[in-house]
Design a protein around this ligand. Structure first.
Ligand code: UD1
Ligand code: CA
Length: 456
């Protein structure tokens, strides 16, 4: 089995410094989780086996991360990173290839970097090769001490370093490539004689004959997350990567410090993203749109040249050359056509809206199919809920509703129907005008009782 590659991701640790009931590696990070991002860094490699060592919150991690080709190995007591790797020995018996070991808390690694580490390791013919970086602020990381010919002599944890050793700025990135048979020979010899009383994986390195280090070009990649300050820093870095990529591809981002965009979002050139805008998930925006300020889009698709201002859209679609907002809310299943106007305080849910249709002020449209060139008067409400069930409404092309109309579902308004202002429409209207309000009564000589005289 030599020449094969396996991977072990260490994700059993307590994550004490996060001060969380959620396992550290499951904390959300830019639309994914810490651990899923580490797994993504293995994406380019053909792996014979992939293990995740789990312990704290093991069931939660299993449930969230389960995917084909990944096996979970339990480390019931968290006795250190070396102890974690020891748990995999029985599962890789007789394996003669290389094994990558990655800390499960370093989510900024790039797939190309991991592939490069493996390639260098193979060309060195080393027993182990580690990813290292020179950091301006190396505090908290294990320090890498080199011997002759750039070989790694040992790694000393920050807390076990002397003041002098702590000045070394070459740090251990927590990403290793081992010749598995060599590692398994020395792993049982690890000792817990250190400040934390744990079995440290880096302590295996001095026991191996030939250990090398590869420096990462971008030291941000080995950034490990131990607390929530670092979690926020990582999310800032990931966001910046995405924004830089988008800007270089032709998207204007007016103030990158006030915009967050998941890397899964697709945006065509010549889109302008205004401040306080947040784009998430499977959102796709076509060219020429202006999005924001103050807008949140999640899993939403927007057509060419549309403008969305101060609005929230979830799992929705808006066609081309439409305007949405200010202060609109499109909820799942809102499917708005092209050349539409969805305006102030308008909420749309599970409704298809045809082209050239306007709902400009204070409306609710839910569970409906609305035709083209419809005009909803201010305050038109589709009454879709009877207190127990939701009902459907059909509104034909060219329908116009007067202000403050209630359209009580189930209801069908034919093409070209006009609804008089203030109507509560409860029965289908095939064509023409519907007036469903009480007639106005005017009493010109009426007086309030206290103003009345004896004779009237
Ligand atoms: C570790 C390295 C350090 C390196 C740094 C890079 C050790 C002893 N030190 O330190 O040299 O500079 O990463 O980020 O390895 N884990 C387990 N089981 C355990 C303990 C930990 O699975 O018993 C997992 C954790 O979930 C985590 C990873 O191993 O994902 C690293 O553990 P952590 O305690 O964060 O190590 P560091 O102190 O950051
Ligand atoms: Ca760590």
């Amino acid at each position: 089995m030599s020449g094969q590659l396996a991977a072990i991701v260490l994700a059993a640790g307590k994550g004490t410094r996060m001060r969380s009931t959620l396992p550290k590696v499951l904390h959300p990070l830019a639309g994914s989780t810490i651990l899923e991002r580490v797994l993504a860094a293995l994406g380019e490699l053909a792996l014979a086996e992939c293990f995740i060592v789990v312990g704290q919150g093991a069931d939660l991690v299993r449930g969230r991360i389960a995917r084909p080709g990944v096996q979970f190995v339990e480390q019931t007591e968290q006795r250190g990173t070396g102890h974690a790797v020891q748990q995999v020995i029985p599962h890789l018996e007789g394996f003669e290839g290389e094994v990558l070991v990655l800390n499960g808390d370093a989510p900024l690694l790039r797939p190309s970097t991991v592939a490069y580490l493996v390639e260098k390791h193979r060309s060195f013919g080393a027993d182990a090769t580690i990813l290292a970086a020179r950091l301006a602020a190396p505090g908290g990381y294990g320090r890498v001490f080199l011997g002759a010919e750039g070989r790694v002599r040992q790694v000393i944890e920050d807390r076990d370093c002397t003041a002098e050793q702590r000045r070394n700025d070459l740090i251990n990135g927590g990403v290793y490539c081992f010749r598995w048979p060599a590692l398994t020979t020395v792993l049982p010899a690890l000792s817990a004689e250190n400040d934390q009383g744990e079995l440290y994986l880096p302590d295996a390195l001095p026991m191996l004959t030939h250990v090398r280090a590869v420096a990462v070009e971008d030291p941000q990649e080995i950034f490990g997350i131990n607390d929530r300050v670092q979690l926020a820093q990582a999310s800032r870095i990931l966001n910046e990567r995405t924004l830089v990529r988008l800007m270089l591809s032709g998207v204007t981002i007016v103030d990158p410090l006030r915009v967050t965009i998941d890397e899964t979002v697709e945006i065509e050139p010549d889109v302008v993203i205004e401040p306080e805008t947040h784009l998430r998930g499977a959102t796709r925006i076509a060219g020429g749109c202006r999005i924001g300020p103050g807008t949140l889009l999640e899993d939403t698709v927007v057509g060419t040249g549309t403008e969305i201002l101060y609005s929230v859209l979830h799992r929705s679609r808006v066609g081309a050359h439409s305007t949405v907002g200010p202060y609109s809310h499109l909820r799942p299943g809102a499917d708005v056509g092209s050349h539409c106007r969805v305006g102030n305080y308008v909420e749309i849910k599970n409704a298809t809206i045809g082209d050239h249709t306007n709902a400009a002020h204070l409306s609710y449209v839910g569970d409906a199919r609305v035709g083209e060139q419809v005009n909803f008067g201010a305050g038109t409400i589709v009454v879709n809920y009877d207190g127990k069930h939701k009902h459907h409404t059909e509104i034909g092309d060219g329908v116009r509703t007067g202000a403050n109309s209630c359209l009580v579902a189930p209801l069908k308004l034919g093409d070209g129907v006009t609804v008089a202002a203030g109507s509560t429409v409860t029965e289908d209207v095939p064509s023409g005008l519907v007036i469903a309000r009480s007639r106005q009564v005017v009493k010109p000589d009426w007086k309030a009782p206290y103003e009345r005289t004896e004779d009237g």
